[in-house]
Write a new protein. Structure first.
Length: 403
Protein backbone atom coordinates (compact mmCIF):
# COMPACT_ATOMS: atom_id res chain seq x y z
CA UNK A 1 0.00 0.00 0.00
CA UNK A 2 2.97 2.33 0.49
CA UNK A 3 3.48 2.23 -3.27
CA UNK A 4 0.04 3.71 -3.86
CA UNK A 5 0.59 6.28 -1.13
CA UNK A 6 3.76 7.42 -2.88
CA UNK A 7 1.93 7.67 -6.18
CA UNK A 8 -0.76 9.89 -4.70
CA UNK A 9 1.90 12.19 -3.24
CA UNK A 10 3.05 13.05 -6.75
CA UNK A 11 2.02 16.72 -7.27
CA UNK A 12 -1.48 16.90 -8.72
CA UNK A 13 -1.96 13.12 -8.88
CA UNK A 14 -4.82 12.68 -6.44
CA UNK A 15 -6.65 15.62 -8.03
CA UNK A 16 -6.62 14.32 -11.59
CA UNK A 17 -7.23 10.72 -10.50
CA UNK A 18 -10.24 11.66 -8.38
CA UNK A 19 -11.63 13.83 -11.19
CA UNK A 20 -11.17 10.85 -13.48
CA UNK A 21 -13.08 8.65 -11.05
CA UNK A 22 -16.08 10.97 -11.20
CA UNK A 23 -15.96 11.29 -14.99
CA UNK A 24 -15.59 7.49 -15.33
CA UNK A 25 -18.64 6.56 -13.25
CA UNK A 26 -20.91 6.78 -16.34
CA UNK A 27 -18.85 3.94 -17.82
CA UNK A 28 -20.50 1.54 -15.36
CA UNK A 29 -23.93 3.18 -15.36
CA UNK A 30 -24.85 4.06 -18.93
CA UNK A 31 -25.03 0.60 -20.49
CA UNK A 32 -26.94 -0.85 -17.54
CA UNK A 33 -29.00 2.33 -17.25
CA UNK A 34 -30.16 2.12 -20.86
CA UNK A 35 -31.07 -1.57 -20.51
CA UNK A 36 -33.07 -0.82 -17.36
CA UNK A 37 -34.68 2.29 -18.88
CA UNK A 38 -35.91 0.53 -22.01
CA UNK A 39 -37.01 -2.71 -20.32
CA UNK A 40 -38.84 -0.82 -17.57
CA UNK A 41 -40.66 1.01 -20.37
CA UNK A 42 -42.00 -2.43 -21.35
CA UNK A 43 -39.69 -3.29 -24.25
CA UNK A 44 -37.64 -6.46 -24.82
CA UNK A 45 -34.15 -7.30 -23.59
CA UNK A 46 -33.13 -7.75 -27.22
CA UNK A 47 -34.08 -4.16 -28.07
CA UNK A 48 -32.53 -2.78 -24.89
CA UNK A 49 -29.31 -4.72 -25.45
CA UNK A 50 -29.16 -3.64 -29.09
CA UNK A 51 -29.53 0.06 -28.26
CA UNK A 52 -26.92 -0.14 -25.52
CA UNK A 53 -24.60 -2.15 -27.77
CA UNK A 54 -24.91 0.21 -30.70
CA UNK A 55 -23.78 3.13 -28.57
CA UNK A 56 -20.84 1.18 -27.16
CA UNK A 57 -19.87 0.08 -30.66
CA UNK A 58 -19.91 3.60 -32.06
CA UNK A 59 -17.96 4.87 -29.06
CA UNK A 60 -15.31 2.22 -29.65
CA UNK A 61 -14.89 3.20 -33.30
CA UNK A 62 -14.93 6.96 -32.66
CA UNK A 63 -12.83 6.84 -29.47
CA UNK A 64 -9.41 6.51 -31.15
CA UNK A 65 -10.16 9.44 -33.46
CA UNK A 66 -11.31 11.58 -30.53
CA UNK A 67 -8.18 10.58 -28.59
CA UNK A 68 -6.00 11.49 -31.54
CA UNK A 69 -7.52 14.98 -31.48
CA UNK A 70 -6.84 15.12 -27.74
CA UNK A 71 -3.20 14.14 -28.27
CA UNK A 72 -2.83 16.92 -30.84
CA UNK A 73 -4.93 19.71 -29.30
CA UNK A 74 -4.90 18.93 -25.57
CA UNK A 75 -7.44 17.62 -23.07
CA UNK A 76 -8.46 21.11 -21.98
CA UNK A 77 -9.61 22.05 -25.49
CA UNK A 78 -11.39 18.87 -26.60
CA UNK A 79 -13.03 17.47 -23.45
CA UNK A 80 -15.57 20.27 -22.73
CA UNK A 81 -16.84 20.26 -26.32
CA UNK A 82 -17.08 16.47 -26.50
CA UNK A 83 -18.91 16.24 -23.16
CA UNK A 84 -21.38 18.97 -24.12
CA UNK A 85 -22.25 17.27 -27.41
CA UNK A 86 -22.64 13.89 -25.73
CA UNK A 87 -24.93 15.18 -23.00
CA UNK A 88 -27.11 17.04 -25.51
CA UNK A 89 -27.81 13.93 -27.56
CA UNK A 90 -28.45 11.84 -24.44
CA UNK A 91 -31.13 14.30 -23.34
CA UNK A 92 -32.79 14.03 -26.76
CA UNK A 93 -32.63 10.23 -26.50
CA UNK A 94 -34.51 10.20 -23.19
CA UNK A 95 -37.22 12.49 -24.57
CA UNK A 96 -37.66 10.33 -27.68
CA UNK A 97 -38.02 7.10 -25.68
CA UNK A 98 -40.50 8.65 -23.27
CA UNK A 99 -42.62 9.89 -26.18
CA UNK A 100 -42.50 6.57 -28.06
CA UNK A 101 -40.74 8.08 -31.05
CA UNK A 102 -39.71 5.71 -33.87
CA UNK A 103 -37.14 3.24 -32.61
CA UNK A 104 -34.59 4.23 -35.26
CA UNK A 105 -34.40 7.66 -33.61
CA UNK A 106 -33.42 5.99 -30.34
CA UNK A 107 -30.51 4.27 -32.03
CA UNK A 108 -29.45 7.46 -33.83
CA UNK A 109 -29.45 9.77 -30.82
CA UNK A 110 -27.91 7.23 -28.46
CA UNK A 111 -25.12 6.48 -30.92
CA UNK A 112 -24.40 10.19 -31.38
CA UNK A 113 -24.37 10.68 -27.62
CA UNK A 114 -22.02 7.76 -27.05
CA UNK A 115 -19.72 8.75 -29.93
CA UNK A 116 -18.50 11.82 -28.05
CA UNK A 117 -17.95 10.23 -24.64
CA UNK A 118 -14.17 10.38 -24.10
CA UNK A 119 -12.22 7.37 -22.85
CA UNK A 120 -11.49 8.93 -19.48
CA UNK A 121 -9.40 6.00 -18.28
CA UNK A 122 -6.96 6.50 -21.14
CA UNK A 123 -6.76 10.23 -20.44
CA UNK A 124 -5.89 9.64 -16.79
CA UNK A 125 -3.33 6.93 -17.63
CA UNK A 126 -1.72 9.34 -20.10
CA UNK A 127 -1.41 11.89 -17.29
CA UNK A 128 0.28 9.31 -15.06
CA UNK A 129 2.75 8.49 -17.84
CA UNK A 130 3.47 12.21 -18.23
CA UNK A 131 4.21 12.88 -14.54
CA UNK A 132 6.12 9.68 -13.73
CA UNK A 133 9.63 8.92 -14.96
CA UNK A 134 10.21 5.18 -14.44
CA UNK A 135 8.46 2.12 -15.88
CA UNK A 136 7.79 0.46 -12.50
CA UNK A 137 5.95 3.52 -11.20
CA UNK A 138 3.89 3.81 -14.38
CA UNK A 139 2.95 0.14 -14.07
CA UNK A 140 1.84 0.68 -10.46
CA UNK A 141 -0.13 3.75 -11.53
CA UNK A 142 -1.87 1.76 -14.26
CA UNK A 143 -2.68 -0.92 -11.70
CA UNK A 144 -4.07 1.75 -9.42
CA UNK A 145 -6.26 3.07 -12.24
CA UNK A 146 -7.50 -0.43 -13.00
CA UNK A 147 -8.56 -0.65 -9.37
CA UNK A 148 -10.31 2.71 -9.81
CA UNK A 149 -12.07 1.17 -12.81
CA UNK A 150 -13.29 -1.62 -10.57
CA UNK A 151 -14.40 0.83 -7.89
CA UNK A 152 -16.39 2.49 -10.64
CA UNK A 153 -18.06 -0.85 -11.37
CA UNK A 154 -18.60 -1.52 -7.67
CA UNK A 155 -20.25 1.87 -7.16
CA UNK A 156 -22.05 2.45 -10.45
CA UNK A 157 -24.32 -0.60 -10.98
CA UNK A 158 -26.02 -0.55 -7.56
CA UNK A 159 -26.58 3.20 -7.90
CA UNK A 160 -27.90 2.80 -11.45
CA UNK A 161 -30.24 -0.01 -10.37
CA UNK A 162 -31.54 1.94 -7.38
CA UNK A 163 -32.14 5.09 -9.41
CA UNK A 164 -33.93 3.26 -12.23
CA UNK A 165 -36.13 1.14 -9.96
CA UNK A 166 -36.48 3.43 -6.95
CA UNK A 167 -36.67 6.90 -8.54
CA UNK A 168 -37.60 6.76 -12.22
CA UNK A 169 -36.61 4.54 -15.12
CA UNK A 170 -34.34 7.12 -16.81
CA UNK A 171 -32.77 8.47 -13.60
CA UNK A 172 -29.50 6.55 -13.97
CA UNK A 173 -28.96 7.98 -17.47
CA UNK A 174 -29.49 11.51 -16.13
CA UNK A 175 -27.12 10.83 -13.22
CA UNK A 176 -24.47 9.64 -15.69
CA UNK A 177 -24.72 12.90 -17.62
CA UNK A 178 -24.30 14.93 -14.44
CA UNK A 179 -21.24 12.90 -13.41
CA UNK A 180 -19.62 13.28 -16.84
CA UNK A 181 -20.13 17.05 -16.71
CA UNK A 182 -18.82 17.28 -13.14
CA UNK A 183 -15.73 15.17 -13.76
CA UNK A 184 -14.90 17.12 -16.90
CA UNK A 185 -15.30 20.41 -15.05
CA UNK A 186 -12.82 19.28 -12.37
CA UNK A 187 -10.31 17.71 -14.78
CA UNK A 188 -10.02 20.36 -17.49
CA UNK A 189 -8.47 23.17 -15.34
CA UNK A 190 -5.62 20.85 -14.21
CA UNK A 191 -3.20 21.97 -16.88
CA UNK A 192 0.02 21.23 -14.93
CA UNK A 193 -0.41 17.45 -15.25
CA UNK A 194 -1.81 17.46 -18.77
CA UNK A 195 0.37 15.47 -21.22
CA UNK A 196 2.36 17.57 -23.69
CA UNK A 197 0.86 18.05 -27.14
CA UNK A 198 2.11 15.73 -29.86
CA UNK A 199 4.11 17.19 -32.73
CA UNK A 200 3.63 16.96 -36.50
CA UNK A 201 4.97 13.38 -36.47
CA UNK A 202 1.76 12.29 -34.73
CA UNK A 203 -0.31 13.51 -37.64
CA UNK A 204 2.01 12.04 -40.24
CA UNK A 205 2.83 8.67 -38.62
CA UNK A 206 0.91 5.44 -38.75
CA UNK A 207 -2.14 4.83 -36.59
CA UNK A 208 -1.59 3.25 -33.17
CA UNK A 209 -3.59 0.15 -34.17
CA UNK A 210 -0.81 -0.68 -36.67
CA UNK A 211 1.86 -0.85 -33.95
CA UNK A 212 3.18 -4.44 -33.67
CA UNK A 213 1.45 -6.31 -30.86
CA UNK A 214 -1.43 -3.86 -30.48
CA UNK A 215 -3.85 -5.72 -32.83
CA UNK A 216 -3.43 -8.90 -30.78
CA UNK A 217 -3.93 -7.19 -27.42
CA UNK A 218 -6.99 -5.37 -28.80
CA UNK A 219 -8.45 -8.60 -30.21
CA UNK A 220 -8.05 -10.46 -26.90
CA UNK A 221 -9.61 -7.56 -25.01
CA UNK A 222 -12.44 -7.50 -27.55
CA UNK A 223 -13.33 -11.04 -26.44
CA UNK A 224 -12.99 -9.93 -22.81
CA UNK A 225 -15.48 -7.18 -23.68
CA UNK A 226 -17.90 -9.81 -25.03
CA UNK A 227 -17.57 -11.54 -21.65
CA UNK A 228 -18.30 -8.26 -19.83
CA UNK A 229 -21.34 -7.44 -21.98
CA UNK A 230 -22.85 -10.92 -21.68
CA UNK A 231 -22.29 -10.90 -17.92
CA UNK A 232 -23.95 -7.51 -17.42
CA UNK A 233 -27.08 -8.15 -19.51
CA UNK A 234 -27.24 -11.78 -18.36
CA UNK A 235 -27.09 -10.68 -14.73
CA UNK A 236 -30.03 -8.30 -15.23
CA UNK A 237 -32.11 -11.15 -16.67
CA UNK A 238 -30.86 -13.71 -14.11
CA UNK A 239 -31.88 -11.51 -11.17
CA UNK A 240 -35.22 -10.79 -12.82
CA UNK A 241 -35.90 -14.51 -13.40
CA UNK A 242 -35.05 -15.18 -9.76
CA UNK A 243 -37.58 -12.56 -8.65
CA UNK A 244 -34.84 -10.34 -7.22
CA UNK A 245 -34.30 -7.52 -9.78
CA UNK A 246 -32.71 -5.35 -7.11
CA UNK A 247 -29.86 -7.87 -6.79
CA UNK A 248 -28.48 -6.88 -10.21
CA UNK A 249 -26.30 -4.06 -8.92
CA UNK A 250 -25.08 -6.12 -5.96
CA UNK A 251 -24.05 -9.03 -8.19
CA UNK A 252 -22.08 -6.79 -10.54
CA UNK A 253 -20.53 -4.97 -7.58
CA UNK A 254 -19.42 -8.24 -5.93
CA UNK A 255 -17.78 -9.32 -9.17
CA UNK A 256 -15.98 -5.97 -9.30
CA UNK A 257 -14.78 -6.33 -5.70
CA UNK A 258 -12.90 -9.48 -6.69
CA UNK A 259 -11.30 -7.60 -9.55
CA UNK A 260 -10.33 -4.67 -7.32
CA UNK A 261 -8.65 -6.97 -4.79
CA UNK A 262 -6.64 -8.66 -7.56
CA UNK A 263 -5.69 -5.30 -9.03
CA UNK A 264 -4.41 -3.89 -5.75
CA UNK A 265 -2.37 -7.03 -5.16
CA UNK A 266 -0.86 -7.16 -8.64
CA UNK A 267 0.03 -3.49 -8.64
CA UNK A 268 2.04 -3.83 -5.43
CA UNK A 269 4.02 -6.96 -6.42
CA UNK A 270 6.27 -5.72 -9.28
CA UNK A 271 6.52 -9.21 -10.76
CA UNK A 272 9.64 -10.11 -12.73
CA UNK A 273 7.65 -12.29 -15.11
CA UNK A 274 7.60 -10.71 -18.61
CA UNK A 275 4.48 -8.66 -19.24
CA UNK A 276 3.27 -10.78 -22.22
CA UNK A 277 3.41 -13.89 -20.01
CA UNK A 278 1.46 -12.13 -17.26
CA UNK A 279 -1.15 -11.14 -19.84
CA UNK A 280 -1.50 -14.75 -21.01
CA UNK A 281 -1.77 -16.23 -17.51
CA UNK A 282 -4.37 -13.66 -16.45
CA UNK A 283 -6.47 -14.40 -19.54
CA UNK A 284 -6.30 -18.15 -18.93
CA UNK A 285 -7.43 -17.70 -15.32
CA UNK A 286 -10.33 -15.44 -16.38
CA UNK A 287 -11.41 -17.99 -18.98
CA UNK A 288 -11.33 -20.99 -16.64
CA UNK A 289 -13.14 -19.17 -13.85
CA UNK A 290 -16.00 -18.23 -16.21
CA UNK A 291 -16.81 -21.85 -17.17
CA UNK A 292 -19.11 -22.72 -14.19
CA UNK A 293 -21.37 -19.65 -14.60
CA UNK A 294 -23.81 -21.10 -17.20
CA UNK A 295 -24.65 -23.90 -14.74
CA UNK A 296 -25.59 -21.64 -11.81
CA UNK A 297 -29.24 -21.35 -10.71
CA UNK A 298 -29.06 -19.41 -7.42
CA UNK A 299 -28.33 -15.73 -6.92
CA UNK A 300 -25.89 -16.18 -4.02
CA UNK A 301 -23.90 -18.80 -5.96
CA UNK A 302 -23.59 -16.42 -8.90
CA UNK A 303 -22.25 -13.81 -6.47
CA UNK A 304 -19.55 -16.18 -5.18
CA UNK A 305 -18.47 -17.48 -8.58
CA UNK A 306 -18.68 -13.98 -10.04
CA UNK A 307 -16.27 -12.72 -7.39
CA UNK A 308 -13.80 -15.50 -8.26
CA UNK A 309 -14.10 -14.63 -11.95
CA UNK A 310 -13.55 -11.00 -11.04
CA UNK A 311 -10.10 -11.92 -9.69
CA UNK A 312 -8.99 -12.37 -13.30
CA UNK A 313 -10.42 -9.12 -14.66
CA UNK A 314 -8.03 -6.48 -13.30
CA UNK A 315 -4.89 -8.51 -14.10
CA UNK A 316 -6.01 -8.82 -17.74
CA UNK A 317 -6.74 -5.10 -17.98
CA UNK A 318 -3.59 -4.02 -16.10
CA UNK A 319 -1.29 -6.12 -18.26
CA UNK A 320 -3.17 -5.25 -21.45
CA UNK A 321 -2.91 -1.50 -20.87
CA UNK A 322 0.66 -1.96 -19.65
CA UNK A 323 1.55 -3.62 -22.95
CA UNK A 324 -0.05 -0.77 -24.87
CA UNK A 325 1.93 1.80 -22.87
CA UNK A 326 5.21 0.06 -23.70
CA UNK A 327 4.44 -0.81 -27.33
CA UNK A 328 3.13 2.49 -28.75
CA UNK A 329 5.23 5.65 -29.23
CA UNK A 330 4.86 8.17 -26.42
CA UNK A 331 3.35 10.84 -28.69
CA UNK A 332 0.49 8.43 -29.46
CA UNK A 333 -0.07 7.19 -25.93
CA UNK A 334 -3.66 8.39 -25.45
CA UNK A 335 -4.57 7.07 -28.88
CA UNK A 336 -2.87 3.72 -28.21
CA UNK A 337 -4.54 3.25 -24.84
CA UNK A 338 -7.89 4.17 -26.38
CA UNK A 339 -7.41 1.69 -29.22
CA UNK A 340 -6.85 -1.09 -26.70
CA UNK A 341 -9.82 0.10 -24.67
CA UNK A 342 -11.90 0.23 -27.86
CA UNK A 343 -11.46 -3.51 -28.19
CA UNK A 344 -13.27 -3.89 -24.87
CA UNK A 345 -16.01 -1.52 -26.01
CA UNK A 346 -16.60 -3.31 -29.29
CA UNK A 347 -16.70 -6.65 -27.51
CA UNK A 348 -19.09 -5.26 -24.91
CA UNK A 349 -21.40 -4.14 -27.70
CA UNK A 350 -21.34 -7.58 -29.32
CA UNK A 351 -21.70 -9.39 -26.00
CA UNK A 352 -24.60 -7.32 -24.67
CA UNK A 353 -26.46 -7.45 -27.99
CA UNK A 354 -25.97 -11.19 -28.41
CA UNK A 355 -26.89 -11.80 -24.78
CA UNK A 356 -30.12 -9.84 -25.16
CA UNK A 357 -31.00 -11.88 -28.25
CA UNK A 358 -30.45 -15.28 -26.61
CA UNK A 359 -32.13 -14.25 -23.34
CA UNK A 360 -35.40 -13.51 -25.14
CA UNK A 361 -35.28 -17.02 -26.64
CA UNK A 362 -33.64 -19.22 -24.03
CA UNK A 363 -33.31 -17.33 -20.75
CA UNK A 364 -30.45 -15.86 -18.72
CA UNK A 365 -28.33 -19.02 -18.65
CA UNK A 366 -27.92 -18.79 -22.43
CA UNK A 367 -26.25 -15.39 -22.01
CA UNK A 368 -23.76 -16.97 -19.64
CA UNK A 369 -22.93 -19.57 -22.29
CA UNK A 370 -21.94 -16.64 -24.53
CA UNK A 371 -19.75 -15.40 -21.68
CA UNK A 372 -17.95 -18.74 -21.25
CA UNK A 373 -17.32 -19.17 -24.99
CA UNK A 374 -15.86 -15.65 -25.23
CA UNK A 375 -13.51 -16.40 -22.34
CA UNK A 376 -12.28 -19.59 -23.96
CA UNK A 377 -11.71 -17.89 -27.31
CA UNK A 378 -9.82 -15.04 -25.61
CA UNK A 379 -7.49 -17.45 -23.83
CA UNK A 380 -6.91 -19.43 -27.04
CA UNK A 381 -6.09 -16.27 -29.00
CA UNK A 382 -3.69 -15.06 -26.32
CA UNK A 383 -1.95 -18.43 -26.36
CA UNK A 384 -1.70 -18.60 -30.15
CA UNK A 385 -0.38 -15.03 -30.34
CA UNK A 386 2.19 -15.34 -27.56
CA UNK A 387 5.19 -15.66 -29.91
CA UNK A 388 4.24 -12.58 -31.96
CA UNK A 389 3.50 -10.56 -28.83
CA UNK A 390 6.85 -11.51 -27.29
CA UNK A 391 8.59 -10.44 -30.49
CA UNK A 392 6.83 -7.06 -30.53
CA UNK A 393 7.58 -6.54 -26.82
CA UNK A 394 11.29 -7.24 -27.33
CA UNK A 395 11.38 -4.94 -30.35
CA UNK A 396 9.84 -2.12 -28.32
CA UNK A 397 12.55 -2.51 -25.66
CA UNK A 398 15.45 -2.84 -28.08
CA UNK A 399 14.43 0.03 -30.32
CA UNK A 400 11.43 2.02 -29.10
CA UNK A 401 11.64 4.30 -32.12
CA UNK A 402 10.92 1.30 -34.34
CA UNK A 403 7.52 0.87 -32.80
Amino acid sequence: MSTYGELLRVPGAWRFSSAGFIARLPMSMLGLGVVLFITLQGHSYALAGAVSASGALINSFCGPFLSRRIDRLGQHRVLPIAAAISISFQVVFIVLVLHNAPIWTWFLTWCLGDAFIPNVGSLIRARWAAVLSDVASVRSAFAFESVIDELVFITGPPVATFLAIGVTDYASVVASMILLATGTMFLVPQRATEPPLSGPEHHEGRAAILTPGIPLVSAVLLLVGVLFGAFEVGTVAFADEAGQPGATGILIAVYSIGSAVAGLTLGSLHLRLPLPRQFLLAMVFLSLSSLPIPFIHQVWVLGVVGMVMGLGVSPVLITGFGLAEELVPSERLTEGLTVVGAGIGIGFAVGSSLAGYVIDRSGASAAFVVLAIAGLLGAALALLGTRNLNRAYKLAHVDPVAT
